[in-house]
Design a protein around this ligand. Structure first.
Ligand code: SF4
Length: 214
């Protein structure tokens, strides 16, 4: 089955997901996406929300405020997201990197994937999330749900690596950040609700097209 067909089925059955999930209060608003993309490493979104709320309560909502707050204080505030000492270090390092562009908007306009991947603590999934959901660039985000669903469908191998799977999506879809944005969100929705570790195939909109290699 074609990737675009899968996308059409998921979009028509689940509807637009309106990603990235933002509560607002950060300046610029894309800064919340950048911070959230780092905080969400190895934890659930509920925990990220608590950490973001703590940052908002202390008004640490901008690049300048992140730069001006010491690492220990940031670590305390983001404690709910887990690995908080490591993540505070990553946030500070990332903020220093963004500062080299002058401001967040310049960073988002000019950043390239290779540069982002060189920043300490920014792996491919985090980099692609920032590129796609904060900068609006066409960089497909891969995660564990993507690997699980598309290997079960028989469209990719189980052991496929991040870059190979990203290329598979990017080479088989129109290069359109709006499609990438919606598609990743729809994959996450399906992975959370239906194609779980124990899949609910009888409820799955892809059921008739899926090879169910489980
Ligand atoms: S039919 Fe089953 S295995 Fe295939 S994508 Fe749906 S839930 Fe996953």
């Amino acid at each position: 089955m074609k990737l675009l067909k899968v996308y059409d089925i998921l979009l028509s059955t689940s509807g637009p997901q309106n990603w990235w999930p933002m509560d607002g209060g950060f300046s610029p608003k894309e800064w919340e996406v950048c911070i959230g993309a780092i905080l969400t490493q190895n934890t659930s979104w509920n925990n990220v929300k608590k950490a973001l709320d703590n940052l908002k309560k202390e008004n640490i909502v901008s690049l300048e405020k992140t730069l001006g707050t010491n690492e220990k204080k940031i670590a305390e505030l983001i404690r709910p997201s887990g690995y908080y000492n490591q993540k505070a270090k990553k946030l500070k390092g990332f903020a220093e990197f963004v500062k080299t562009f002058g401001n967040v908007n310049n960073f988002l306009k000019n950043i390239e994937r290779d540069q982002l991947l060189k920043v300490n603590g920014i792996g491919p999934e985090t980099a692609d999330s920032i590129l796609l959901y904060a900068a609006g660039k066409a960089s497909f985000v891969i995660d564990a749900y993507t690997k699980r669903i598309f290997s079960r469908m028989g469209m990719t191998g189980k052991e496929i690596g991040y870059e190979e799977l990203r290329k598979f999506f990017e080479q088989n879809l129109p290069r359109d950040s709006r499609i990438y944005n919606e598609y990743h969100a729809l994959i996450v929705d399906l992975g959370k609700k239906v194609c779980k570790p124990k899949p609910l195939c009888e409820k799955c909109p892809l059921g008739r097209k899926c090879k169910k290699i489980i």
